[in-house]
Design a protein around this ligand. Structure first.
Ligand code: FAD
Length: 451
């Protein structure tokens, strides 16, 4: 019989929820109607309100229910699959513009946190893309060089510097992203929600939009009411299919995380990691680790699930929990007595080229979207919200050009399922090989010490 894992349907970041806002049960008029109350929707709403627009946000569950309330909390300028891949596909000019977009996204999020005094435990500690095996050193050095040439604020961190910083020894070397850091994502989205309500945004929770009817004005239709508006925004990321739009551009993938019990003073002292840098590993499907402000470790990713028909892959996933829990034990052998308190997960919105889809559609070009953050939306979604607001006000944000392209279409089913299985299977095989090599190293203490 398989083991039972402690599981949270939503996420442990914010154990209590604020009083819900009412559901829509009327026919209302607004300048702009926004579908989705995560970082994208709330950031768009706040920006529009600051310019005096009358804004309604319609949220199916509660603001923060999606990836914004569930993620791993790395505020990172990471963009695309990786920068060498961006360079290969898009050339130096576009890749540099994307680096500027990603940096601007981190800065913009920091400004929003500061401006609205959001208490989300933000630590400006940077994030390290860590190598776990000597074979990672050369590619990471090359990646750091490429990134610097493209203008990214990153640098290679050698083994000795990693040890000086107290980063746990499983993480041998790395590329340090000097801007960004870690935060409590649930408190961040809750802070955005509170700021939006204070600013006069009309938020309706428990209100699923079934359709956006094209026209000037556009009509958002929910079960018990409608909103008629000059413009609409789709801020539904992985759930975009629920509104029946952009089906071929973004698809949901399930990712699982865990949080340990609090480490306790002794374990924290022996762990080191005093700089609390966020860590992700140089796997094809990365592992992520954050030492939280509440003295726990949040980690996971590594296993990605696709459900046939772009459905939402189920949440309780013992096989994934086994893998991410096992990886944590291998990376942190000194914490063998620390329990994993809970597992949870969420859905990321994935595009085929790993870049967000940003644009406008409909006969009147008044249905705008910012979706498909491919697991990097903590910073990007906040900036994209501001970009959407500017577009609605008839202005072009300087970062728009970087995202302008023909967004590749996912193939229809069953090809999509086949392609997803094939890609993820190949990445799993590569990572399984890497993990075997890492385990081999730890069985060879002399070579391990020399490396
Ligand atoms: C497990 C996990 C870990 C992650 N870790 C990181 C990380 O460390 N760093 C990082 O940068 N990014 C990370 N991400 C990605 C990041 O969380 C997302 O990119 C970001 O939260 C997207 O915000 P959003 O507002 O676009 O979407 P969401 O937060 O998903 O919001 C969409 C909202 O739309 C609502 N909705 C959907 N359909 C409808 C409808 N029909 N009507 C009304 N409302 C609707 C949903 O309920 C939801 O609240 C992670 C994601 C996951 C799932």
């Amino acid at each position: 019989m398989s083991r039972a894992y402690p599981f949270e349907e939503f996420s442990p970041w914010t154990p209590t929820r604020p009083e819900p806002e009412p559901a829509l049960c009327d026919d209302l008029r607004a300048d702009v109607v926004i579908v989705g109350g995560g970082y994208t929707g709330l950031s768009t709403a706040l920006s529009l309100r600051s310019e005096g627009a009358d804004v309604i946000v319609l949220e199916r569950d509660f603001a923060g229910f999606g990836a914004s309330g569930r993620n791993a909390g790395h505020l990172t300028p990471t963009i695309g699959k990786d920068l060498p891949t961006l360079l290969r596909f898009f050339g130096a000019e576009r890749a540099s513009a994307l680096v500027r977009f990603a940096d601007a996204a981190v800065e913009c999020t920091e400004e929003v946190i500061e401006k609205h005094q959001i208490d989300c435990g933000y630590a400006r500690c940077g994030n390290v893309l860590a190598g776990l095996h000597p074979k990672h050193e050369a590619p990471l050095k090359r990646a750091a060089d490429t990134a610097r040439r493209l203008g990214a604020r990153v640098r290679y961190v050698s083994g000795p510097e990693m040890r000086e910083r107290g980063i746990p020894p499983a993480f041998r070397c790395g590329v340090l992203e000097e801007c960004g850091g870690t935060l409590n994502p649930g408190q961040y989205v809750r802070g955005l929600r509170a700021a939006a309500l204070r600013a006069g945004v009309r938020l309706f929770e428990g209100t699923a939009v079934a359709a956006l009817e094209d026209g000037a004005p556009v009509v958002a239709r929910a079960e018990a009411g409608t909103v008629t508006a000059d413009s609409a925004v789709l801020a539904t990321n992985a759930y975009t299919d629920s509104v029946g739009r952009l089906r071929r551009r973004v698809t949901p993938l399930r990712v699982s995380l865990f949080e340990t019990a609090p480490l306790g003073e002794e374990s924290l002292a022996s762990l080191g990691w005093q700089g609390r840098e966020g860590i992700y590993t140089a796997h094809e499907a990365l592992e992520s680790y954050q030492l939280t402000a509440r003295g726990t470790i949040v980690g996971g990713s590594k296993v990605v699930r696709y459900a046939f028909g772009s459905g939402l892959a189920p949440g309780y996933d013992p096989a994934a929990f086994e893998v991410i829990g096992g990886a944590f034990r291998e990376r942190f052998p000194g914490l063998s007595d620390v329990e994993i308190a809970c597992y949870w997960g969420g859905w990321i919105g994935m595009t085929l080229d790993f870049l967000p889809a940003f644009g406008s559609e409909g006969a009147h070009r008044n249905i705008h979207h910012g979706v498909g953050f491919c697991g990097h939306g903590v910073a990007q979604a906040t900036l994209v919200g501001q970009m959407l607001a500017q577009r609605i006000q008839g202005r072009e944000h300087p970062c728009e050009a970087a995202l302008r392209r023909r967004v590749l279409a996912w193939p229809p089913e069953p090809l999509r399922w086949g392609a997803a299985k094939l890609i993820m299977g190949a990445l799993d095989l590569l990572d399984a090989r890497t993990d075997r090599q890492i385990r081999g190293l730890s069985r060879e203490p002399s070579r391990s010490a020399a490396a």
